[in-house]
Design a protein around this ligand. Structure first.
Ligand code: AMP
Length: 419
């Protein structure tokens, strides 16, 4: 073992387990790719102020959770804690909103970093696949994203998840509600930290899990009673479109998201098998964010699904993903046959067949062990005598049957058998 370990709150993805992560990323992005979302990649770090914007309600939360660094030139950077701000920054920088039809639809996949207290399902480095639809206010877009996430989870085989849905109002009705809620919270008996939170981000207090807080929240003003007519109508349409698509959801009027740029539609995907870190994904509309980072008004909506927690959720449900063996054909060279079989493996790979060969000068027994371990469907075995006859031995690793096949034909034979 090395004297070094993965840093606190992080872990390595090791084969064969790591294949699950690739499969999950693929499954989440597949519906997006078929729905007009283009792939975007942004740097792993950004100007710290992109995330910690001015005096937003959530500035303190975001700042506390960031990994920050100062370059030798004195620039303050932060490892990205989330994808939305980076993607919007990149879209604005490239003027994507001026180049084509709106919305600009983008998807991404990558690593995110949060300085959190590590626990099961909560890490300092984790991965997300996300989607953003920038520059259009249309309930069908909010519905599309929720439906695509639902489709991704279902394709993976997840069943025990719920979709929680709420509307956070807009810049007209939300501030009125915020004040009413603050007035209510000021009359309660809360600890110092919670009093502070009530002043910065009162909606978050509704989310407090502690019984002594929840008890006092009975009778708190609810956002639903403050939504303006436009927000109400918008939300009803989102609900109707999701319902028409056959996607089940629950109205959760206490659902708020940590970040202050969210407006109107807000949703979360929660899974029953994950304990306290039950959110596998979440998102919502963020109509004000573009202006907050110096751009024009670009109403937008998006989500991010956590890959790590999705894998945990699959395990909790006992779902086995259908991951094909990495190797289909394994070559075992005896005597002086290595160069020929090495050439054959190269040919197979070029022909699109996943092939591998035993390395390190092993004998038959050791090389066959390698073949077994590889999970390959077929082994190609050859020694000097086979090659002198222009053949190789083709072994079906499932049935154990073995037969001689002409060396010149083996690529075609294997391609046909594996098709
Ligand atoms: P959020 O931006 O906080 O809504 O995160 C979206 C999703 O990313 C969550 O639902 C989780 O699945 C995942 N996620 C967020 N933070 C972490 C973390 N610290 N560790 C693992 N997954 C996370």
């Amino acid at each position: 073992m090395s004297t070094f370990k993965a840093p606190k709150g992080t872990y390595d993805l090791i084969p064969p387990y790591s294949a699950k992560y690739l499969a999950v990323r693929d499954a989440i992005s597949a519906p997006l790719r078929k729905a007009g979302y283009g792939y975007i990649e942004t740097p792993g770090f950004e100007d710290v102020n992109l995330f910690a914007r001015g005096v937003g309600e959530s500035t303190d939360i975001v700042t506390k959770e960031m990994f920050t660094l100062t370059t030798k030139g004195g620039t303050n950077l932060a490892l990205r804690p989330e994808g939305t701000a980076s993607v919007l920054r990149a879209a604005l920088e490239a003027s994507l909103h001026k180049k084509g039809n709106l919305p600009v639809k983008l998807w991404y996949s990558g690593s995110y970093y949060r300085y959190e207290r590590p626990q099961a399902g909560r890490y300092r480095h984790f991965s997300q696949v996300g989607a953003e639809a920038i520059g259009a206010e249309d309930p069908a877009l909010d519905a599309e994203l929720i439906i695509l996430a639902d489709q991704a989870y279902r394709t993976l085989g997840l069943r025990d998840f719920r979709i929680l849905l709420n509307s956070l109002g807009d810049k007209e009705c939300r501030p009125v509600y915020r004040e009413a809620l603050q007035a209510f919270l000021r009359g309660l008996d809360l600890d110092e930290e919670t009093v502070r939170r009530a002043e910065i981000n009162p909606l978050r207090v509704l989310d407090d899990k502690r019984a002594e807080v929840q008890k006092q929240l009975v009778g708190a003003p609810m956002l639903r009673d403050y939504l303006c007519d436009a927000c109400k109508a918008y939300h009803e349409e989102v609900r109707a479109l999701i319902t028409a698509a056959g996607v089940a959801f629950e109205d959760d009027e206490k659902l708020v998201r940590g970040l202050d740029y969210y407006t109107r539609t807000t949703f979360e995907f929660v899974h029953g098998g994950l304990g306290s870190q039950s959110a596998v994904g979440g998102g919502g509309r963020y109509d004000g964010l573009s202006e907050m980072i110096g751009g024009p008004a670009l109403p937008s909506v998006g989500w991010a699904l956590g890959v790590d927690r999705t894998v945990l959720a699959l395990e909790a449900e006992g779902v086995e993903l259908d991951i094909p063996a990495a190797t289909s054909v394994f070559a075992v060279a005896l005597g002086e046959a290595k160069p020929v079989l090495f050439g054959l493996v190269t040919e197979l790979r070029k022909a699109g067949v996943a092939a591998d060969i035993s390395y390190g000068g092993k004998g038959l027994k050791g090389a066959m062990k390698d073949a077994n371990r590889s999970g390959a469907r077929f082994a190609v075995i050859a020694g000097d005598r086979d090659l002198a006859e222009g053949v190789v031995q083709l072994k079906d690793m499932e049935s154990g049957e073995q037969s001689a096949v002409a060396l010149a034909e083996v690529v075609e034979v294997l391609r046909a058998k594996l098709a």
